[in-house]
Design a protein around this ligand. Structure first.
Ligand code: B12
Ligand code: SF4
Ligand code: SF4
Length: 318
């Protein structure tokens, strides 16, 4: 099979596996590591120490898989309309949409392994392949934009013209020689809605994020106390934040996910804050089995719930 035919066929089996987009990028993104190093040097990663490790690997997939030539990037839509908030008067928090259903790491990995299985059955040449979702030291958005999955918006999300940005990314790094796609063009234009809407100033410059100020970082990644200066700006988010995506015009008509595994599971999307504060380790384990929310410990979720309660209280008593 020619490189072009292999690429077309791999994109077809990505659709068969349930992915919404697929593209192919070269295994190396020269020059981009400098941008990333500068971002780290400016302290924008906060306490995410893991981002300081394997810096060279992040733009060179050959260091993840010797002999790698291509990175197949897939997108998986998790967008769904929010149900109405229960009108029971209970103080409630908010959970970011990507964590409403089953943990996307598991969902996407399973589909990527199914794709690799089909590739092994069908392609009559020897090759190596490695599936990655989020946790591998790879600048996924860099490879996604190079593979034509979407452009990197001013909110730093990968955005697709019709799919919007409510999708997660996954990759198959492979030694196969494939035809590469063209990068997607930036369509943000004069719009600055995301930058204007970010409540903590994390998007301090278009296309640049100070992650140490992002509500997503503060609720999911930061294990210490949250700075008093930022707490009042966090509203009632207890896990992640969707504000800079919710205001993006490209998400207005985003299609609804077809993935059954992303169906909403309790306590998403509006957890009762008093319930959350009463959880013990057993409740945490039982209620969050198979959920991406397990990235935050129980102590972190309860810390976030206290901040959310304070903010709701402040909203009611001006
Ligand atoms: C650390 C991390 C975070 C951090 C930091 C986010 C950030 N913007 O960097 C925190 C905890 C804040 C976070 C939040 C979220 N995250 Co996150 N996160 C990651 C992770 C693990 C690494 C990202 C990283 O390396 N950031 C460092 C910055 C500098 O890198 P970068 O954003 O990729 O930018 C590079 C390029 O885009 C390029 N670039 C960008 N702009 C420009 C401009 C110029 C001029 C140049 C030259 C280059 C350039 O250079 C950068 C470095 O090379 C990735 C998974 C992965 N392995 O990549 C997921 C990932 C980015 N996250 C994801 C998601 C879903 C989220 C949230 C939506 C979750 C939520 N609802 O709370 C939010 C979104 C917040 C936002 N607006 O970005 C998805 C994004 C999917 C998409 N459509 O883009 C990813 C890809 C995970 C996945 N597998 O799907 N995340
Ligand atoms: S996720 Fe929320 S806090 Fe983070 S950059 Fe977007 S709007 Fe700002
Ligand atoms: S809100 Fe506007 S500026 Fe921000 S990512 Fe969307 S289109 Fe781009």
């Amino acid at each position: 099979m020619t490189a072009a035919r292999k690429s077309a066929w791999i994109k077809k089996i990505a659709r068969d596996a349930g992915f919404d987009g697929a593209g192919v990028a070269p295994a190396v993104r020269p020059g981009r590591a400098d941008h990333y190093r500068q971002w780290l040097a400016e302290g924008r990663a906060g306490r995410m120490d893991y981002l300081h490790r394997h810096v060279e690997h992040r733009t060179d997939a050959r260091l993840l898989l010797p002999g790698a030539r291509s990175v197949v990037v897939v997108s998986h839509n998790y967008h769904q309309p929010a149900p109405p908030e229960p009108a029971d008067g209970q103080p409630r928090g908010r959970i970011a949409m990507y964590a409403w259903g089953r943990d996307y790491h598991r969902v996407v990995k399973k589909k990527l392994h199914a794709m690799i299985g089909r590739m092994r059955e069908t392609l009559d040449e020897p090759f190596e392949a490695r599936a990655c979702v989020d946790t591998a030291p790879l600048l996924e958005r860099e490879f996604a934009t190079a593979a034509g999955i979407g452009w990197i918006g001013k909110n730093t999300m990968v955005i697709h013209r019709t799919l919007g940005s409510y999708f997660v990314l996954g990759e198959i790094v492979t030694t196969l020689d494939l035809e590469y796609d063209e990068p997607a063009n930036d369509r943000c234009g004069q719009c600055t809605r995301c930058v204007d809407a970010c409540p903590t100033g994390a998007l301090d410059r278009p296309y640049r994020m100070d992650a140490s100020r992002c509500i997503s970082y503060l609720t999911i990644e930061l294990r210490d106390e949250i700075s008093e200066a930022l707490k009042p700006h966090m509203s009632n988010w207890v896990y992640g934040c969707d504000i800079c995506q919710a205001v993006c015009p490209y998400n207005r008509k985003a299609p609804v996910t077809a993935e059954p595994d992303y169906a909403i599971r309790e306590p998403a999307p509006y957890p009762s804050l008093t319930d959350l504060l009463s959880w013990r380790q057993d409740d945490y384990r039982e209620k969050l089995t198979g959920s991406a929310m397990k990235r935050a410990t129980l102590a972190m979720l309860q810390r976030n719930a206290r901040v959310a309660l304070d903010n709701l209280h402040r909203r009611r008593t001006p």
